[in-house]
Design a protein around this ligand. Sequence first.
Ligand code: AMP
Length: 312
Amino acid sequence: MEQDIEVIRDKNSMRNWSRTKRAQGEKICLVPTMGYLHRGHLALVEEAKKRATRVVVSIYINPAQFAVGEDFSTYPSNFEGDLDKLKDLGVDTVFVPSDLYVREDNAGAGKGQDNIASGCISCLEGKSGNGHETWIRVEKMEKPLCGKSRPIFFRGVATVVAKLFNIVEPDFAVFGKKDYQQCRLICRMVRDLDFAVEIVGCGIVRDSDGLALSSRNVHLSPKERQEALSICRSLNQVKDAVCNGQISTGILQHSVLEAVRNAGGKIDYVEIVDQETLQHVDRIDLPVVLCVAAWFGGVRLIDNIELQAPTS
Ligand code: AMP
């Protein structure tokens, strides 16, 4: 039965809602998203429903994780469509903060504000000294992989997630392993800063042809989308090669690099790293994870595959 969905936009109302529910003995699970929801997001909601009696989905395009020149202003959104999908799943509460960051001009930090139309962090920090200036850095884990080409990205992610945890005070929060580095980094932040929340990681949801679902896929042309399949195909080939005894990470990484380049992609990184620390490994010593980021046209895609020791 479809029920009404409550949209909360104000931080204090969100916190009061949560505290009231928790006082009534309810367990709350938060699913943070940037919206334009697809089956990957919905799988996180399904996982959340298994853990908690109340699921809060947050929808917020976080300006703090986009550097100047990145795709903040063109990030896809479809709020009404998102609400319909969440209603169908029986989610009763959606947090859509309009005032997450205090900014020097006192404007809200939501998408669509004129002064952040180019999508930038600088408009949060400002020049007057009254803007947002407190950041969480997960110092080592933010540096490799996506951190190399997006040096402020994980600072923005860790900070917004910490803010959401402080506002919603969830018992659980669900993250997708599609954003592998993000998921691991949030676990580390929770451990290091004693957040009272249990992090649940969910497997990657793919389209029937293997492409990892992503809100950004909508910007791929049909040709780029075909080319992008080289990523998941080459990840699976690496898995097979490891099963067949290949232990050189150099050789394995090179095979992905060649396959994606030959298909027309522009590589950001291909790296095999330790699953916990995300530090590079020179030879396969399972478990590890192979992570890839590559551009197809103007769209940057990420994907990964966990390589586990066989269970017998
Ligand atoms: P986003 O809206 O892209 O910030 O993603 C919100 C959450 O959904 C993050 O925890 C992502 O890792 C997760 N997510 C996005 N795409 C997928 C996918 N294809 N499979 C599983 N989780 C995903």
